[in-house]
Design a protein around this ligand. Structure first.
Ligand SMILES: [Cu+2]
Ligand SMILES: [Zn+2]
Length: 245
């Protein structure tokens, strides 16, 4: 009888380790994927978490960076249920790289969509894919609270205005709110895609004038006239999404 010798190639994963984990807790499904990159002095981990709550999907990518021990301790938090992991984890900042969530119809509308924020090289990009709109021009703003609980979306508060300026057109000399993204047009089917990039925002940084986490995205029934105070007379709030991690 012939002996079969299998030679397993030895894989040295010195640079990249990938861990995956799926959990289900009631109506919440969570899948976590972790990539770890290790060099001599520093370890970086990218933690991608996809959460499905009642079929609604949100996605988040976090970056962790520090000594190997610190980063791996923090990574443990995402892979075990053990929440008693040493305080050392607090030393490793969590940098949100990307968050993604859904817009919910408000004020009896059928306007829904997907919002993606990505932070890269000191700038944050907003991508919004919106559908179910009445064809025409609509306003999009950041409002001050990540609370979309009320039917009219008013639970999200007024425009996010951390610099206490007047409402206006983005970049205006006469002032503008840091949430005054502006207007967009739809196609004939009532769909729109919006892309907006600025270095005046950040995702979860410590500067309250820049941090948009904890606020909300609001789509309006009408157009922002960029003049009326305090919010551009853009009409009802027809879709809302909380910017949460
Ligand atoms: Cu608004
Ligand atoms: Zn405003």
């Amino acid at each position: 009888m012939k002996k079969i010798i299998l030679l397993f190639p030895l894989l040295f994963l010195t640079c990249l380790v990938i861990m995956c984990k799926n959990t289900k807790n009631g109506n919440t499904e969570t899948s976590t994927e972790i990539k770890v990159e290790k060099t001599d002095s520093i370890t970086k981990a990218e933690v991608k978490t996809i959460k499905k709550v009642n079929g609604e999907v949100s996605e988040e990518i976090l970056l962790l960076e520090g000594t190997h021990e610190e980063v791996m301790k923090k990574v443990e938090l995402f892979t075990t249920e053990d929440k008693t992991v040493n305080v050392i984890i607090n030393k490793v900042p969590e940098i949100i790289k990307r968050i993604q969530f859904n817009l919910k119809p408000k004020s009896g509308s059928e306007t829904s969509g997907l919002i993606i924020f990505t932070e890269e090289n000191g700038s944050v990009n907003l991508k919004a894919n919106i559908k179910g709109l009445i064809p025409g021009v609509h306003a999009i703003h950041i409002h001050e609270k990540a609370d979309c609980s009320s039917d009219d979306g008013k639970s999200s508060g007024g425009h996010w205005n951390p610099t206490f300026e007047n409402h206006g057109s983005w970049g205006s000399e006469n002032g503008y709110h840091r949430g005054d993204i502006g207007n967009f047009n739809t196609n004939n089917n009532g769909e729109a895609s919006v892309s907006f990039t600025t270095d005046l925002w950040c995702l979860n940084c410590k500067d309250p004038i820049k941090n948009i986490v904890g606020k909300a995205i609001i789509i309006h029934q009408g157009e922002d006239d960029l003049i009326s105070q305090p919010s551009g007379a853009a009409g009802k709030r027809i879709s809302c999404a909380g910017i949460i991690k």
